[in-house]
Design a protein around this ligand. Structure first.
Ligand SMILES: NC(=O)C1=CN([C@@H]2O[C@H](COP(=O)(O)OP(=O)(O)OC[C@H]3O[C@@H](n4cnc5c(N)ncnc54)[C@H](O)[C@@H]3O)[C@@H](O)[C@H]2O)C=CC1
Ligand SMILES: CC(=O)[C@H](N)C(=O)O
Length: 298
């Protein structure tokens, strides 16, 4: 669970028939600007351990929740009669490599707390996975939903763990676990959480504010991306899908793929004076590097 980023997608509270069940609530976590619009702002509770921007705070209920504090989470779920849980809290790929212990705690221990809570309280649970759950040996173009996954980051490993735990608990106990592997999520307002795909947001912000951008990836690093509005729609539709329509618990979703060089070319059509220098950062370049290309894997 988290609310810190406007890149977090927007699940909603609905029943199998797409009607919000009376008195039911989703405990969710994101600062996405349109949260709650579809099913009523009081029915969607955001949470984080960080203070949200004022506009997010004013949009509806917002509470403090630390995914490492099980008792606190349990109180929140019970006291608010939560029926759906949407778990966005995580440390992303690049920051995760700088603090593996913390990443393991938030991404794995936090996930276990949320899984236990969802089981104990019969909640529907959504956890996003990522293209970072693939690795150099995964097939590509397109990567199938089911394939080899041997990521080489703690972020990727933790997300594969989440996919497998959710699937296991679904088969063993009937947990309604749902998971989508997101590409890099981009929007004009995205707060940058320390991911490897962050450049695709930062470059627009810097182009407008300073007219210069220093790119930490090689210019030909091709990565899958998706605009946040498409990510919201996919997530909400997936959450609303009747159980019988799901053959898997985890699916890929895709939109576009592009390189820094291509983005620069497009931006220069509007801001011809944009100056870009490429200084590939070994840590982040290594995260995306496939054996014979400049990217395509996270
Ligand atoms: N942004 C992207 O491009 C993609 C994101 N995702 C997934 O979407 C989710 C959200 O990603 P972003 O919003 O971009 O990440 P972010 O880094 O912007 O937000 C993560 C949030 O988790 C919160 N958090 C950290 N420790 C916590 C704790 N102990 N308890 C509660 N909250 C805590 C942080 O305060 C922060 O607001 C993550 O699970 C990520 O793996 C997946 C693929 C792509
Ligand atoms: C694609 C992701 O999961 C995230 N944006 C990251 O780069 O770590």
């Amino acid at each position: 669970m988290s609310s810190g980023s406007s890149s977090s997608p927007d699940p909603e509270l609905v029943s199998e028939t797409n009607q919000p069940p009376e008195k039911s609530r989703v405990f969710r976590v994101s600062s996405s600007p349109d949260h709650g619009q579809q099913f009523g702002r009081e029915n969607v509770i955001l949470s984080d351990i960080r203070k949200p921007p004022a506009e997010v705070f004013d949009m509806g209920p917002f509470i403090y929740a630390d995914v490492l504090d099980y008792k606190n989470l349990r109180e929140l779920v019970v006291n608010n009669a939560i029926t759906w849980l949407v778990h966005y809290s995580a440390m992303l790929s690049a920051v995760g490599e700088r603090n593996i212990q913390l990443s393991r705690a938030i991404n794995i221990t936090g996930l276990h707390n949320v899984l236990d809570l969802a089981l104990e309280n019969s909640m529907r649970l959504f956890v996003p996975s990522t293209i970072g759950a693939f690795g150099p040996s995964s097939p590509r173009d397109p990567a199938p939903d089911l394939c080899i996954q041997r990521p080489r980051t703690i972020y990727g490993v933790s997300k594969v763990h989440a996919e497998l735990m959710g699937e296991y608990l679904h088969h063993k106990y009937g947990l309604d676990f749902r998971c989508l592997r997101y590409p890099g999520v981009i929007s004009a307002y995205t707060h940058l959480g320390g991911g490897t795909t962050d450049y695709a947001v930062q470059i627009f912000q810097d182009a407008l504010s300073t007219g210069r951008y220093e790119c930490y990836l090689h210019p030909q690093t091709r990565l899958p991306m998706m605009h946040i509005s498409d990510c919201h729609r996919a997530t909400v539709e997936f959450m609303q899908a009747p159980e019988y329509q799901l053959n898997l618990r985890t699916y890929n979703i895709a939109a576009v793929s592009f390189t820094p060089e291509e983005v620069v070319e497009e931006i220069r059509k509007h801001l011809p004076h944009l100056r870009v220098i490429y200084k590939p950062d070994p840590v982040r370049q290594n995260i995306v590097q496939a054996p014979s290309s400049h990217g395509e894997k996270l």
